[in-house]
Design a binder for this molecule. Structure first.
Ligand code: C5P
Length: 475
């Protein structure tokens, strides 16, 4: 891929600022967001700081707001580095940390001007699509490489966030845009190989039923998180689980068996209320990280990102950061258990949504009001599955709400890729509608969120519905 020179040169001032603080030995405070992209970004920056011998502290935050920044200011850091958030909250950063040097490495829609002491790196400032062509992990990786070429070993992590943010929108579910540049570096360093296959996690190494049950993207209702159901499913369609005493993996299946499996999964998904077309999400580009142990979740790019996502969403983010920094052993066992619980939770939430008449249709949007029935950290994941799997029959955006433990309401919104609604920018809509009810919001065109005061949900939804209809008729 042709390197986007102007974007790449925008990293230098940020890297120079980081280096000057590292050399002075000032405390570097890294703040990141609680999803797979955020955790992989935090992992990359932590590793880069460690390699430079710089003192640092990394935390993973649910939201960027005034109380959180006040706490950071009290720590009196020398430099604050924001990754996977920051660009949408520039004024707040300027106000809360007026005299502190800051670096913002983000891919969300910028709002306002960067404060005087801050250096912002964001692909959107250079005409690059931050929702599809590079994630915060990619930005963090290029930043780390600008600091020190040895950080090329972090290239796989640079892709993990992009997979977590579902940027595999290229042909055959491949990554595209600037992500290709990172991919090329990973391949050249002998860290990555790619193939096109069924994208179940661990397709070379896991027993078929476990590979199906472990997969969360795409999420297969009734089978994801349920190995016993996956075993029964394979028995029913006549795919042997073993050759002799050895469990078979997907790579042991012949072409005829793979076709049979694909077709049975397709019927299963349709019977579960998914759109027939979404079964094609089961085949795509598999990203294999060659230096990772063959049997671990970090071997497969999508599985790695699901693991980090689970750690973040299940409130165990430091476990995820530790994995990025190379923790294995006990940490791995802990993380795998966390993923198990995460899968079970999602399955339970989907059952809850589908068994009751939970989703309301307004003129231009679907609304899911989950109250306390869905964890605020997972409501966005559930919304993505409902849209991505075609469980919702129209292509309208979905806007979900769940009570937050800080007394506000967490909002998550998603639009399915490639629909008539693609002219819509949910990030802008969230920002405007949340601002109108004294909340705060932002994000990407296709995935965005907000926090709003309790009691304002109906008014907020009314505003969102109106804004979507307005943007759509203008597009
Ligand atoms: O929380 P959720 O997964 O729904 O967020 C979707 C996207 O919107 C994320 O990329 C997140 O960073 C962004 N977002 C934001 N401001 C908020 C909430 C979410 O920019 N207040």
């Amino acid at each position: 891929m042709e390197p986007p020179r102007e974007f790449l040169s925008s990293f230098k001032p940020a890297a120079d600022l980081f280096k000057s603080h590292a050399e002075r030995g000032s405390i570097i405070r890294i703040l990141t967001h609680n999803d797979a992209d955020g955790v992989s970004s935090g992992g990359i920056l932590s590793k880069a700081a460690k390699r430079m011998g710089a003192p640092f502290k990394t935390t993973v935050e649910k939201r960027l707001d005034e109380p959180m920044l006040r706490g950071v200011a009290e720590e009196k850091p020398g430099l604050v580095v924001f990754t996977d958030f920051g660009s949408g909250y520039l004024e707040l950063v300027g106000k809360a940390l007026p005299d502190v040097d800051a670096i913002i490495l983000d891919h969300h829609m910028p709002s306002g001007e960067a404060p005087q002491h801050a250096v912002q790196v964001n692909p959107l400032l250079h005409g690059i699509d931050g929702s599809r062509d590079i994630a915060a992990s990619g930005v963090s990786y290029i930043f780390a490489k600008t600091l020190d070429p040895r950080n090329v070993d972090l290239a796989p992590l640079g892709l993990v966030g992009a997979l977590g943010d579902q940027q595999d929108k290229g042909e055959k579910k491949s990554l595209k845009g600037v992500n290709i540049l990172i991919e090329e570096e990973a391949i050249a360093a002998g860290l990555l190989s790619k193939s096109v296959d069924l994208i179940f996690y661990g397709h070379e190494t896991r027993p078929v039923a476990r590979a199906i049950a472990n997969t969360t993207t795409p999420f297969i209702p009734g089978l994801s998180g349920r190995e016993d159901s996956a075993v029964a499913f394979l028995n029913h369609i006549g795919i042997p689980l073993k050759t002799g005493d050895r469990m078979r993996s997907l790579s042991d299946l012949d072409e005829e068996e793979k076709r049979k499996l694909f077709s049975a999964l397709s019927s299963h998904m349709v019977a579960q209320g998914c759109d027939a077309k979404t079964v094609h999400n089961l085949i795509g580009t598999v990203y294999t990280f060659k230096k990772e142990e063959v049997t671990t979740p970090m071997r497969d790019g999508r599985e790695y990102s699901s693991l980090l996502n689970a750690c973040a969403r299940m409130r165990r983010p430091s476990l995820g950061i530790g994995i990025c920094l190379g923790d294995r052993g006990e940490a791995m066992k802990d993380a795998e258990q966390t993923v198990d619980e995460y899968r079970r939770k999602i399955g339970g939430y989907l059952d809850w949504v589908r068994t009751g008449d939970r989703i309301k249709e307004m003129g231009a949007i679907y609304v899911l009001s989950a109250g306390t029935d869905i964890d605020e950290n997972i409501v966005g994941v559930v919304s993505s599955i409902l849209l991505g799997q075609g469980i919702l029959k129209s292509t309208k955006p979905i806007v979900s709400a769940a009570n937050s433990d800080d007394g506000t309401v967490k909002i998550s919104s998603r639009i399915a890729e490639g629909t008539a609604y693609m002219g819509i920018h949910l990030g802008k809509i969230m920002q405007e509608a949340a601002g109108g009810v004294k909340g705060a919001g932002g994000g990407h065109d296709n995935a965005a969120g907000a926090f709003i005061p309790q009691g304002t949900e109906s008014e907020f939804m009314r505003r969102v519905d109106e804004l979507v209809a307005k943007q759509w008729s203008a597009s």
